[in-house]
Structures are given as structure tokens and as C-alpha cells.
Write a protein that binds this ligand. Structure first.
Ligand SMILES: Nc1ncnc2c1ncn2[C@@H]1O[C@H](COP(=O)(O)OP(=O)(O)OP(=O)(O)O)[C@@H](O)[C@H]1O
Length: 646
């Protein structure tokens, strides 16, 4: 959706009642205890893994009829320019949430798409020398391609130029009209073309510049249709009171609440003066009591849009049109649905995931529109922070964007997904630096998790013919690592549930750290050399660490799906098995004695840091023409040398 700005979200929401918002995160504790099993039995016959364990309980992947539905949306991105890392950020986060909800066994409908009408699109097409329709096809395809490269698992991709969407918008408009919530009036004001929105003068910078796009707004006068937003002030207030979690994260409303205390005070005082004045003048205008202003929902000057029913001279305002994409997306492919059919296919949404720039449209305008049309409200709206460059929001209109295709091409989708979800606390702003990117993914994915798996499998190959000597449940009786893993994976689940994606990653990474510490403390390579009972204990230690790795592979799969599949593959499982695994598979005890692991190979190739390499090259003596090895080979050799060192 067009970043039709939301610095004024505070102006809008603060006029609703201030509320107390809080989130309580619960953590679960497990008992700890030490009690090693004495019966270490080396199986006589090597087996492929059998899969009748808790690793896959198909009961978790509930039958689609019985399963709870979870409808999740990203904004429909405005096709004024190709996607950038900001657009990718919301979609990656949504994908991680969708994958997590699927692991819980829910029937997920993950909606994304493109917002394709409006003045800005027509202008962008003209600038590119194409028709708006051709332009939309090209840019919309660029989004689809990027989503594929980033392994986005959306179920629906809606384009607002899709005829089925147009039908639904017209029907919705007529419903709202019948309700008496649309009227015609003149409007004169300052208009930001990039936001596609009239602005309050007080929101603007010097020279009437839009604070988001840093371009001057233009004076514009139009005869438009208006939506009676002010009529819904009270109902919106009630919605926020009754559903304190409707807008997330809580601090976004807390910030507003802080402002509201001052603003409300001034506002109440002004209202008192106004009321007195009105009493004196014996005049009272409907809507003036309310803090919310009616907004115009048509444009006379824009051709590229859905015509207003019964008035071909006007087109429907791009926001009034685009928000309905969340509903039209739900209808079956190629169906020409009516509004009711689409609504009954999954509405209301469980979660709208958006950037904070468009919170006002989702938390105020959209609920009021739905109330007017007699439809249910979405259950939750989460406004995350911005990826910034030099402190400014990265955006298409400013052109200060980071190119996601390049990042995926250079570093792979797992690294991109992991870095942004791990490094930017979900809800807050975050900056990108290549050096930090490389350091983080190398340290976490290549070292903490990848190397641990590789070292363990290397030792298992050398000492146990790549075969587990005992069930992981038996190997870990009373084991401290098991207890730590159980606590951490439960922590990760709670964080995923609360959309604290960075903390969820951190909890999973802690499992890797605990596994490394366990490996170093127990030094199985030494104990294998001692033979006898020491060697048996060492073999059990490897089972324990590999079980922890199996759990990591499930718990991190919403964030880095291919990386986790590679871990799973190394543990000897099939792709089908991985695709049907559920969150209950994170319960300790999936690996069985006799299971044969794959030949060890690195699951994440370390990224070479150019600066490091250049420094190294500058100090190194010239070597006779040696061919540069591919990264995967370099990593494999590094891992091999680690194993042999052990
Ligand atoms: N810098 C960013 N950081 C995080 N999310 C972003 C960023 N930029 C865009 N988004 C995501 O895209 C949504 C806005 O989509 P839109 O297509 O309007 O992109 P935009 O780049 O902000 O456009 P413009 O620069 O033209 O205003 C935001 O609500 C958010 O979900």
C-alpha cells in the first residue's frame, strides 16, 4: 500500500480514549535432575530412521476442517517502484509468523499482494513510457519473483486491478452508501501526491513539506465523496477499550497515550471553548464534537482507479480500494465472488502486519469502514518499525533503498531472513550494515549451529559409524542439556506467539550455545580415545547434542527454512518428513537408537568478509596461481579440519 503517511497516527488515535495496554509473557519452568542411563547398547544392525515418534505427529497438522484458521496479511505494496528491503522486511516477518502458525497445526491463509491504482502509479507508468496496466504487470511480477527468492509461503497474492477485487470494492461502496455514510462535499487543502492524502497543515514541515517524503504538498480543491468517519468515533473508542490488544506492539499505543495526556488536556479545554461559542451562536454541526474527521474517498482528478458506482467522473480513493484487498484475496482463484462469499472464506483477519507508517489506515479508517458495512473487525493490527538509512525511513519515494535481490543473490535467503528478524527487534526501527550482517550470520548460523552439527556428525562418523547408539530419550535421562533445551524451546514458542521474533531467534540460538558448551565440557573426542565406559558415555553425548540440533531445526524453521531443512537432512530425515513436522516435534526424544545420520557436510557456508580478506591478502606473500575455491568447499574444509583436530 502506498505509504500514505502516518506521522499523524498520533493525531488521529490520540483523539480516541487513552487506555492502559500491557502484555504479560508467561514462562514455563521444567524440573532439572541428573541421572544417566547405564545401559548403552550398540545396535547390531544399522537402520534408517523410523518415524513413529513425536517428531511428527500428524495429529498436530490438524485436518483442515478441524483446524483453527489463522488469516495473516502484509500490506498490499504500492507498485510505484519495485520492492526494496523495507517491503521484504514485512513479508519475511509475516512468512515466519505464518510458518510458525502452520507448525502449531492451524489452517493458515497468508495474504500478500500489490496495490495498483492511483495518481502515483499513473505518473510512474507515464515516466517509464508504458501504460499503467503494463507498468503494474511488470512491478507486480517483481514482487512475486522476490517473494519466491525469499521463500515466502503466501497462500494468496491479490492485485487490486484484479476484476474480482473491483467487484467487491463496488459492492462494499454501495453498502456504505446505503448506510448513509457517504456524502458529497467540496474539499480544499494541501495534498501530498506521494501519500495520496490531504494533510493537516500542522503535520507539515517548512514550505509545506511532507515529513515522510520531504516534498512540498500542493494546494488542491476538489468536489469529492466523503466517508463519515466521525460517526464511528464512539464505536472505535469502544473497540479499543474492549480489545486492548487490538493495536500492537503495546508501546506504540503507550507512546500515543503519553502524548494524549497533554493533547487531551488541551483538546478538552479547546472543546469547552468551542462548545461555549456554539451555545452562544446557537449552532451545532454534526461531526464537530468528534476528534475524527471525515475523509474523502474519491478523486475527481485521477483516472487510474475503480470508478465510483453511479459517477464515472470520479474514481475511488486508493486506500478505500486497497484495504478491501484483504477481503477479496480470500475468495477462490478465478471466482467472481460477491462480498459475502469472500467474507465467508476466512474473514476476519487474525493479524494485519504493517509498517508504522500506515497504522492510522488500519487501526482507524479500516475498522470504521468495516463497521459501516456491518463486517467484523480484524483481530489484531501490528505496526512494526522502519528499516532506516541515515536515520530516514528507507522508501521508494525517497529512493534511499537497500536492494533485496542483491542481498539474496550474495548471501542466500536464509541469511537475509535470519539477519533482519534476529537483528531488528520487531516493532522498533533498525539500521543495516553489511559488516554486521556478515558477522551475525557467520557467528550464529555458520559457527554456533552449523559447526556444532558438523563436528558432532564428524565424531559420530569416526567413532560410531554415523549411527546413534541409543534413543535420545534414554541418552538424556536427567541430562542438564536436555533440561536447558526444553526450557529454551518453550521460551522460543512464547516469543513466536507474542510476535517477538528476535527473541524467538535468540532462544533458539541459546540452544546452540548450550550444545557447544556441553560439547566442550564433555570433550567426547578425548573420551572416545579412553575406550570402555568413557567411550560409551561419549557416544551418548553425541546423541544428546544431535537431538538438540533436531529441535533447533524445527524451532528455527519459521525463520530460516532451507537452513533448517539442511540440518534435518543431515540427521537422516526425508523432505516429506520435514514438511510435515509440527511444533510438538520439538519435544525431546525424536532421535532413535540405530538411526543413521547423513555424511557430514556444512549446512551454512561461511560468508567471506571482503575487508577481512583484503587485509589478509595485503599481508600474505604472493601465492602461485591458485584457483579460488567456492565458499561451500572452503567451509567444508574448515569443518573437516575442526573434526580432525578434535
Ligand atoms: N523502510 C521500511 N522499513 C520497514 N518496512 C517498510 C519500509 N518501507 C516500506 N515498508 C513496508 O511497506 C509498507 C509500505 O508499502 P509501500 O509500498 O507504500 O512502500 P514505501 O517504500 O513506503 O513507499 P513510498 O516510499 O513510496 O512511500 C510499510 O507499511 C511497511 O510494511
Amino acid at each position: 500500500m502506498a505509504a500514505r503517511i502516518n506521522y499523524s497516527v498520533q493525531n488521529t488515535l490520540c483523539l480516541l480514549n487513552p487506555l492502559n495496554y500491557s502484555v504479560n509473557a508467561k514462562t514455563t519452568h521444567f524440573k532439572t535432575g541428573l541421572n544417566f542411563s547405564k545401559n548403552l547398547i550398540f545396535p547390531r544392525k544399522l537402520k534408517r530412521p523410523t518415524f513413529c515418534t513425536c517428531a511428527v505427529s500428524n495429529n498436530d497438522r490438524q485436518s483442515s476442517e478441524a483446524a483453527e484458521t489463522f488469516v495473516l496479511t502484509t500490506p498490499l505494496y504500492y507498485v510505484n517502484a519495485p520492492p526494496h528491503m523495507g517491503s521484504a522486511y514485512t513479508t519475511i516477518a509475516a512468512d515466519a509468523i505464518a510458518r510458525f502458525q502452520r507448525l502449531l497445526g492451524k489452517k493458515v491463509i497468508f495474504v500478500t499482494g500489490t496495490d495498483e491504482h492511483g495518481e502515483k502509479i499513473a505518473a510512474a507508468a507515464a515516466a517509464a513510457g508504458s501504460t499503467p496496466s503494463q507498468h503494474c504487470d511488470v512491478i507486480s511480477q517483481a514482487y512475486k519473483t522476490l517473494w519466491k527468492d525469499l521463500e515466502i509461503s503466501h497462500d494468496k497474492f491479490i492485485r487490486t486491478t484484479d476484476p474480482k477485487h473491483e467487484g467487491i470494492v463496488k459492492e462494499f461502496y454501495s453498502r456504505v452508501l446505503d448506510k448513509g455514510d457517504i456524502y458529497r462535499a467540496d474539499y480544499e487543502g494541501l495534498y501530498c501526491v506521494n501519500c495520496e492524502e490531504y494533510k493537516d497543515e500542522k503535520e507539515l514541515l517548512d514550505n509545506n513539506c511532507c515529513p515522510m517524503h520531504l516534498k512540498p504538498c500542493i494546494e488542491r480543491k476538489e468536489d469529492n465523496y466523503f466517508f463519515a468517519l466521525s460517526k464511528y468515533q464512539k464505536q472505535l473508542e469502544e473497540n479499543l477499550t474492549q480489545n486492548p490488544n487490538f493495536v500492537q506492539p503495546p508501546f506504540r499505543l503507550n507512546e500515543i497515550q503519553y502524548l494524549v495526556i497533554a493533547v487531551m488536556f488541551i483538546w478538552c479545554f479547546c472543546q469547552l471553548l468551542v462548545q461555549l461559542f456554539m451555545l452562544l451562536m446557537h449552532r451545532y454541526k454534526v461531526g464537530s464534537k468528534s476528534g475524527l474527521k471525515d475523509f474523502s474517498i474519491s478523486r475527481a482528478s485521477v483516472d487510474w482507479g475503480i470508478p465510483v458506482p453511479n459517477d464515472n467522473k470520479q474514481t475511488i480513493y486508493v486506500w478505500f480500494d486497497a484495504l478491501l484487498g484483504y477481503i477479496s484475496a480470500l475468495s477462490a482463484e478465478k471466482e467472481q465472488p460477491d462480498l459475502q462469499t469472500a467474507v465467508s472464506s476466512g474473514w476476519p483477519a487474525s493479524l494485519h502486519l504493517i509498517g508504522k507508517d500506515i497504522l492510522r489506515f488500519h487501526a482507524v479508517y479500516w475498522p470504521a469502514m468495516l463497521m459501516s458495512a456491518g463486517l467484523d473487525l480484524p483481530k489484531k493490527v501490528f505496526g512494526h518499525g522502519f528499516l532506516t538509512k541515515d536515520g530516514m525511513k528507507m522508501g521508494k519515494s525517497l529512493g534511499n533503498t537497500l536492494e533485496p535481490n542483491e542481498l539474496v543473490h550474495n548471501f542466500g535467503s536464509d541469511a537475509v531472513r535470519y539477519f533482519f528478524l534476529r537483528e531488528v527487534e520487531f516493532g522498533s526501527d533498525g539500521d543495516y550494515s553489511e559488516e554486521r550482517f556478515i558477522n551475525i550470520v557467520n557467528a550464529h548460523l555458520a559457527n554456533t549451529i552449523g559447526n556444532l552439527l558438523n563436528r558432532t556428525l564428524g565424531l559420530l562418523k569416526k567413532n560410531c559409524q554415523s549411527t546413534l547408539v541409543v534413543d535420545s530419550a534414554v541418552a538424556a535421562e536427567g541430562n542438564a542439556l536436555k533440561d536447558a533445551v526444553e526450557k529454551l524451546v518453550e521460551k522460543a514458542r512464547i516469543h513466536y506467539e507474542n510476535l517477538s521474533l528476535s527473541s524467538a531467534c535468540e532462544a533458539v540460538l541459546e540452544i546452540g550455545n548450550a550444545g557447544n558448551a556441553y560439547m566442550d565440557e564433555n570433550a567426547p573426542w578425548t573420551r572416545f580415545k579412553q575406550g570402555g565406559a568413557a567411550s560409551e558415555a561419549a557416544a551418548k553425548d553425541l546423541v544428546v547434542i544431535l537431538e538438540a540440533m533436531r529441535i533447533v531445526a524445527i524451532a528455527l524453521s519459521p525463520v530460516a527454512p532451507s537452513f533448517c531443512w539442511r540440518i534435518y537432512e543431515q540427521l537422516g530425515y526425508s523432505k516429506d518428513h520435514f514438511n510435515t513436522v509440527t511444533w510438538s516435534g520439538t519435544k525431546w526424544g525424536g532421535l532413535k537408537g540405530g538411526q543413521v545420520m547423513a555424511q557430514p557436510k556444512p549446512v551454512f557456508a561461511r560468508i567471506e568478509n571482503k575487508t577481512e580478506l583484503e587485509d589478509e591478502a595485503a599481508t600474505r606473500k604472493p601465492v602461485k596461481s591458485k584457483q579460488k575455491k567456492p565458499q561451500a568447499q572452503v567451509a567444508a574444509e574448515a569443518a573437516e579440519s575442526l573434526i580432525s583436530r578434535n
